[in-house]
Design a protein around this ligand. Structure first.
Ligand code: ADP
Ligand code: ZN
Ligand code: ZN
Length: 730
């Protein structure tokens, strides 16, 4: 008898284990560990999917049910990924089954996707030696047949559909040619076009050599390179090297839409050897890209966070671009960090990981300074382009001149760029029209009924919206409280800035990029492409404009308000503010044109703002590290964020105290537990959230205690826990 242990897809944590099933006769030769199967389970034997975790032949198992079927012969978790799932479970305290589900392209409705997948293109190629064909050409009468043979003497294969079916038929019958079916993929890229070899600069070469020289071994490199220092080119050279050794590569990017320029570069350089994986692909496209990797048709995976689980064989390097990006941490369960997964795979395969950034996280930088990571740096821009000149403008002074949105200096520079036909980028980290809608006669403000947050006015839809839960209402004309019609909005969002700019510069061509203008598939790419082709003079938008874009004609970058980011109450806000401002400043002057970055703030003397002005990542780091040490924050201490959530206020509050008591009595005495306190936004979508924060250095008991706390609420009717190891935000 053949048996399989199957880990079932059941969302109950207590059932996160394997069950034994009989492998029926017809599956004996196909079934493998890591395969997805459907099995009868529970009362009524309803079918449920699961993963085969083990296969065995002996044992006394009593009355067992049989596996019904396999769901997909191709989607198989290999040995490495089966192991990796356990690591993800242990690191994030999730179930093993949810770890495995996360690793495969979203729990696909495989059958329906496959049906439109089975597309093959048929090619024809020679079955006999070329010399023989040359002698044959004399004999054959059909003009079309000769044409085909002549082409096949030049080219290895031809697409069947391009040639006369009857001619092909005769050649096939004579045994001169044969057919070859090649599966086609929904995203189909041609062979690499760009054979141009860029010569690395001296700095790039030094970095490249050091990584290549490290050879086999699980080394983590931190590549700290200023904006425009040519990190992408280094990545591509590294991947070329790895490919020339017959190995494969994974490169992660923060958000694919922002990284389209990089993806394009990769396609040009590596052609169809590239597979992309990200959430904006359709289910079918995702499936295809995944198969390309599984079948070994593509060896370079470029993608967002979950691409770190790509089932690639003979992995030779993992590269993580913009390693400081918060997108690498998943913010729902399983709350894994792709960088930790990368390091696990690096250990498993004995290969390097390269973390690249102009502004690494302080955790990474500290590790690099301690020698845990190898620090490599690219201190200069390519082609001797200088970093842009940064000017900080005190908005308190401007307010006296009645300039509440744009300072006179920024206005002048914008005008100057319009005159010179150069481009400008404006960052405003707040979408919508205004920030606060208020009745100016009684002070009434509009709040979301589901969340503890005020609504934002959106002019184009004339609506007040909640940015947390999506709730919206039509903007009322009279105050619900005092019936006055004095309803005004204050503050500036991207939408208002756009209309004010248009008034100020009537002939300027302005484009806005934020969550509202980019909700449609492809709209991101269109805005970026149009701006690059200089169809616009000014690009304004939220932080999505700050990352990775390479526009040669941009010579002015304006940050409308640096304070929004500075005022976020989070211990990483200075680190993030520096990263954001440095990143957006880095969009200017990339081709060597003289350029200027203007940062507007009410806090011109703030340390971080000063460091941005001086361009000193290191000083900002050192200053912040002293603060972190004193306040016991990472990287000196590890954090765990725990949220106790319920729609019933009293339950959330009561259980938060219970969780606190449980942890306090189970962990090491040096471990600190803070709270319970109300989470930043206390109520979201009618769920109340109490928060506990754990700070620790070493605590062997902590994970066990957290697991127990989590298990206390597995079957709770009204309360659930969210446990986040090493959260990005607290
Ligand atoms: P980063 O990612 O470090 O901000 P990029 O990789 O975008 O920088 O490179 C900046 C610009 O310099 C790009 O336009 C790129 O094509 C160009 N570049 C990079 N390396 C070289 C090189 N060795 N020679 C010439 N141009 C280069
Ligand atoms: Zn009122
Ligand atoms: Zn809401």
């Amino acid at each position: 008898m053949m048996y399989a242990e199957v880990l079932i897809e059941y969302k109950v944590k207590s059932l996160d284990r394997s069950f034994t099933y009989i492998v029926p006769e017809h599956l004996k030769n196909v079934i493998k560990v890591g395969m997805k199967v459907s099995v009868p389970f529970g009362q009524g034997d309803s079918l449920i999917n699961g993963f085969v975790t083990n296969i065995k032949y002996e044992g006394n198992f009593g009355n067992l049910k049989s596996i019904k079927d396999i769901t997909d012969e191709e989607l198989v978790l290999n040995e490495e990924l089966m192991e990796l799932g356990k690591f993800v479970r242990d690191e994030t305290l999730c179930t093993l089954i949810s770890a495995y589900q996360t690793m495969l392209p979203s729990s696909l409705k495989i059958k329906t996707i496959k049906s439109d997948f089975n597309k093959y293109e048929t090619y024809i190629k020679l079955k006999v030696p070329k010399e023989f064909v040359r002698s044959l050409v004399e004999e054959i009468k059909g003009k079309k047949q000769i044409e085909i043979l002549n082409e096949l003497l030049e080219k290895e294969k031809l697409s069947k559909k391009d040639y006369s079916p009857s001619a092909i038929k005769s050649l096939l019958q004579r045994g001169i040619i044969e057919e070859e079916k090649v599966s086609t993929y929904r995203i189909d890229k041609e062979e690499a076009k760009e054979r141009r070899q860029v010569t690395l600069t001296e700095d790039q070469r030094r970095v490249y050599d050091e990584i290549v020289a490290s050879g086999a071994g699980a080394n983590t490199f931190l590549l700290h390179g200023v904006t425009g220092s040519g990190k992408t080119e280094v990545y591509m050279h590294l991947i070329e090297h790895v490919r020339s050794c017959g190995k494969s590569a994974i490169m992660l990017v923060p958000e694919i839409t922002l990284s389209m320029q990089i993806v394009d570069n990769f396609y040009r350089r590596f052609g169809s050897d590239v597979a992309i994986l990200h959430s904006a692909l359709s289910q079918g496209e995702k499936y295809d890209e995944y198969l390309k990797i599984l079948r070994g048709d593509a060896h370079i995976v470029v993608g967002t966070r979950s691409a770190i689980f790509a089932p690639i064989k003979k992995l030779g390097i993992i590269i993580i671009d913009e390693e400081h990006s918060e997108s690498y941490k998943q913010d729902n369960s399983p709350r894994y960090n792709a960088i930790d997964v990368a390091k696990w795979r690096s250990n498993y395969n004995g290969i390097p990981v390269v973390l690249g950034s102009a502004t690494p996280t302080f955790e990474s930088y500290a590790r690099a300074l301690k020698g845990v990571y190898k620090l490599l740096s690219l201190p200069k821009r390519v082609n001797d382009a200088s970093l842009p000149h940064i000017v900080v403008v005190d908005m308190a002074k401007e307010a006296k001149k009645r300039n509440s949105v744009l300072s006179s200096h920024l206005k002048n520079v914008l005008q100057d760029r319009l005159d010179k036909r150069e481009q400008s980028i404006l960052l405003l980290n707040r979408r919508g029209f205004g920030t606060l809608v208020m009745c100016s006669s009684c002070g009434y403000t509009f709040k979301c009924p589901n969340c503890d947050i005020t609504l934002t006015y959106h002019k184009s839809s004339n609506a007040l919206r909640c940015h947390y839960c999506g709730y919206f209402i039509k903007k009322p004309n009279i105050c619900p409280d005092c019936k006055s019609d004095a309803i005004n909005d204050s503050g500036v969002g991207t939408e208002r800035l756009e209309s004010e700019l248009q008034e100020m510069y009537p002939t300027a061509r302005i484009v806005r990029m934020d969550a509202d203008t980019t909700s449609k598939k492809g709209s991101h790419e269109r805005i970026i492409a149009d701006f690059k082709e200089e169809k616009y003079d000014i690009l304004l938008g939220t932080q999505m404009i700050s990352k990775g874009l390479d526009f040669p004609k941009v010579t002015c970058v304006g940050v409308v308000s640096a304070d929004a980011s500075l005022n976020i109450p989070d211990f990483r806000s200075n680190e993030r503010t520096y990263a954001l401002l440095n990143q957006v400043a880095g969009r200017a002057g990339r081709s060597g044109l003289e350029s200027e970055v203007i940062i507007q703030t009410y806090n011109p003397d703030h340390f971080t703002i000063k460091m941005v002005e001086m361009g000193s990542f290191l000083k900002n780091y050192q200053y912040e590290m002293a603060v972190r040490k004193k306040l016991k924050y990472p990287p000196y201490y590890y954090l765990v964020g725990i949220k106790v959530c319920s729609r019933v206020y009293e339950d959330a509050s009561l259980e938060a105290t219970k969780v606190y008591n449980h942890l306090k009595s189970s962990v090491e005495p040096e471990t600190m537990i803070l709270g319970p306190s109300t989470a930043g936004v206390f109520r979201i979508n009618n769920v109340y959230r109490f928060q506990l924060v754990v700070k620790y250095r070493h605590d062997a008991k902590l994970k066990g205690a957290l697991k127990e706390a989590d298990e206390m609420y597995i079957n709770h009717k009204t309360v659930y826990l969210e446990v986040d190891m090493n959260p990005y935000y607290i």
